[in-house]
Ligand binder design. Structure first.
Ligand SMILES: Cc1cc2nc3c(=O)[nH]c(=O)nc-3n(C[C@H](O)[C@H](O)[C@H](O)COP(=O)(O)O)c2cc1C
Length: 212
């Protein structure tokens, strides 16, 4: 599949065939693609927790959802995913990398690392890595949905899967063979595409002048 085709075809897929596992080799390839993303200073402050054994996937949902509470439609759909990948960032990787001689300024004097990055590149880079994983999933014929790890459940996820405390979950990705939602089509119809028009987002030479 050509990259532009994968980019245009990809949509968030929120229900899967639970009986069609994601082969471990495919999962491995997807994480390999993710790990080839660009990163500031080649810091690569990312980790990918791949969950494809049913007990691990079940454990993820157990620790991120409220016990005894009936799952909503979203959860009933996402829980059909046979595999999850949780992408974690590590700020310290950037602090370590940018303290090295080739990155530290001039005479290697201590730099104000906090002022070094206009935005937290560890999260940015991990997000770019996930984008590659999503394109790889599209190419592999899989559906995928990125989703957030609830803030209040982050420690529980770390504890369940042995994730060190210096890792921050940027997002998780549900993966699997696309299938209709177990409850049937959404009662209010499919979600409309809310893609912002290109004239709004692309500026030609000056902000506000649309790139045509
Ligand atoms: C960081 C991030 C977090 C997201 N969180 C959720 C989520 O919690 N639940 C969900 O259903 N979709 C989530 N999404 C998917 C977006 O809703 C989806 O990408 C967006 O609506 C655009 O649709 P498309 O991916 O089909 O183009 C998330 C996407 C990203 C990048």
């Amino acid at each position: 599949m050509h990259v532009p085709d994968a980019v245009r075809a990809r949509r968030a897929q929120r229900s899967f065939d639970p009986a069609a596992p994601v082969p471990r080799a495919v999962l491995h390839d997807l994480v390999d693609l993710a790990s080839r993303a660009p990163s500031a200073g080649a810091s690569q402050g990312w980790d990918f927790l791949a969950l494809s054994r049913s007990r691990d996937v079940a454990r993820y949902w157990e620790v991120t959802t409220e016990a005894g509470r009936a799952p909503d439609r979203w959860l009933r759909g996402l829980r059909t995913a046979p595999a999850l990948v949780v992408a974690w960032s590590r700020e310290e990787a950037y602090r370590e990398r940018y303290a090295l001689a080739d990155k530290a300024s001039g005479d290697h004097a201590p730099v104000d690392l906090a002022a070094r990055w206009p935005v937290p590149y560890w999260h940015v880079d991990t997000g770019m890595a996930v984008a590659l994983l999503l394109l790889g999933a599209e190419d592999a014929g899989l559906g995928a949905c990125p989703f957030g790890v609830p803030t209040a459940r982050v420690d529980a996820v770390r504890a369940a899967f042995g994730v060190p405390p210096d890792r921050t979950p940027v997002m998780a990705v549900a993966l699997g063979t696309p299938a209709p939602h177990p409850d049937g089509p959404p009662p209010d119809g499919p979600r409309p595409s809310r893609r912002r028009p290109l004239e709004d987002v692309a500026h030609d030479g000056r902000f506000g002048t649309p790139l045509r």
